[in-house]
Write a protein that binds this ligand. Structure first.
Ligand SMILES: [Zn+2]
Ligand SMILES: [Zn+2]
Length: 352
């Protein structure tokens, strides 16, 4: 090797530097391999089911943190974020009770709950290290940014919640926010107006406006569960209606949060996927089909245009390169949905 001569005689310091560099290279190669199923010697990737938005008696939920953790543990989830309004619940004792290696993990969190011009602004802070106070701001976008920044400063991962709750947050507001990657494209609370209407865009339409403008944002489905003691009450916000399936090498806070911010997850209200492959060349979605359902997979690009519709399984879309972005949504014949995260393509000349 050409560099060998220069190593000689520089003693243990240089050797240590070289070893550290080689180790770092190895770690990076390992992480890259982990992102590609089928690569060699990487930890196998698994799907973990989780809910990132949940309330307890520590704010306006109707059940104690242990009852809430138990519900999710007993209903097949792998992870749960407790996100009370402006309250950070300690998860140490809960994890001692309910946590189990590779089976269940409770992450700390908070719903930073702010208000500007009478409009409710809620931003979840996943795994914040300390309580984040609502930051306020001169405008909706300013307050969103200040709350996102405060969550990042507390080493947390921000997600923008239910934009249409109180018709508070527009796509234009979200477009002005930086350093955020996640928003709720579905929230299970019955008063958050996911579908839009009356001249206001629904959350998928908002997502397409944001993606069309070139901002990469990933869509979450969450419960925003408040009520565990009112099963069957349509006015209640119960658990089990929207969740994420995260593909990660292990069930740890870091692995889960990194996969979320990298878009290696899908959001769902009941459709289960066996596999998702996203690259600049192709998006492919394999559905874990039930015997009683039929499925349509829709591939969506710039301006929310439907690029293709498929009833095949797997559903595959070969990217041409001028779509702006490509995302997929799977529609199940009883109304359930799964949202696959967008692939952003290079800057394209605008169509109009
Ligand atoms: Zn909220
Ligand atoms: Zn909430």
């Amino acid at each position: 090797m050409r560099e060998r001569g220069s190593w000689r005689g520089r003693g243990p310091v240089l050797t240590a530097v070289v070893i550290a560099a080689l180790l770092a290279l190895g770690a990076r190669a390992g992480a890259q391999a982990a992102g590609r199923p089928g690569g060699s010697a990487e930890p196998a990737l698994r799907w973990y089911k989780g809910n990132t938005h949940t309330h307890t008696l520590n704010s306006d939920g109707d059940s104690s943190p242990d009852e809430v953790a138990r519900w999710y543990r007993e209903h097949g989830y792998h992870f749960l974020v407790l996100s009370d309004h402006n309250f950070l619940t300690s998860t140490e004792g809960l994890n001692a009770l309910f946590g189990a290696d590779e089976r269940f993990l409770i992450l700390p969190g908070e719903e930073v709950t702010d208000r500007v011009d009478g409009k409710p602004l809620h931003v979840n802070g996943l795994a914040v290290r300390h309580l984040v106070q609502p930051q306020g701001g001169a405008t909706i976008a300013d307050a969103l940014q200040r709350n996102v920044d405060a969550i990042r400063a507390a080493s947390g991962v921000p997600h923008l919640n239910h934009p249409n709750f109180g018709w508070a947050v527009s796509a234009a507001d979200i477009l002005r926010v930086k350093n955020d990657r996640l928003f709720e494209v579905f929230n299970g609370h019955p008063m958050v107006n996911n579908a839009g209407g009356g001249g206001m865009p629904g959350l998928e339409e908002m997502w397409d406006i944001i993606l069309t403008s070139g901002k990469l944002l990933y869509g979450l489905a969450t419960d925003d569960a408040h009520h565990f003691k009112r099963p069957g009450d349509p006015a209640a916000s119960g658990p089990g209606r929207g969740w994420v399936m995260v593909r990660a090498p292990r069930l740890s806070p870091r692995a889960i949060l990194e996969a979320l911010e990298a878009g290696d997850f899908y959001a769902t209200t009941g459709v289960e996927l066996r596999d998702v492959q996203r690259s600049a060349a192709r998006v492919s979605v394999e559905i874990a089909a039930t015997t009683y359902s039929r499925y349509t997979t829709r591939f969506v690009g710039r301006d929310g245009r439907v690029l293709a519709e498929s009833s095949a399984n797997p559903a595959v879309y070969d990217i041409k390169g001028d779509e702006g972005y490509v995302r997929a949504v799977v529609l199940e014949s009883n109304g359930a949905k799964a949202w696959v995260q967008p692939v952003m393509l290079g800057a394209q000349p605008p169509k109009r």
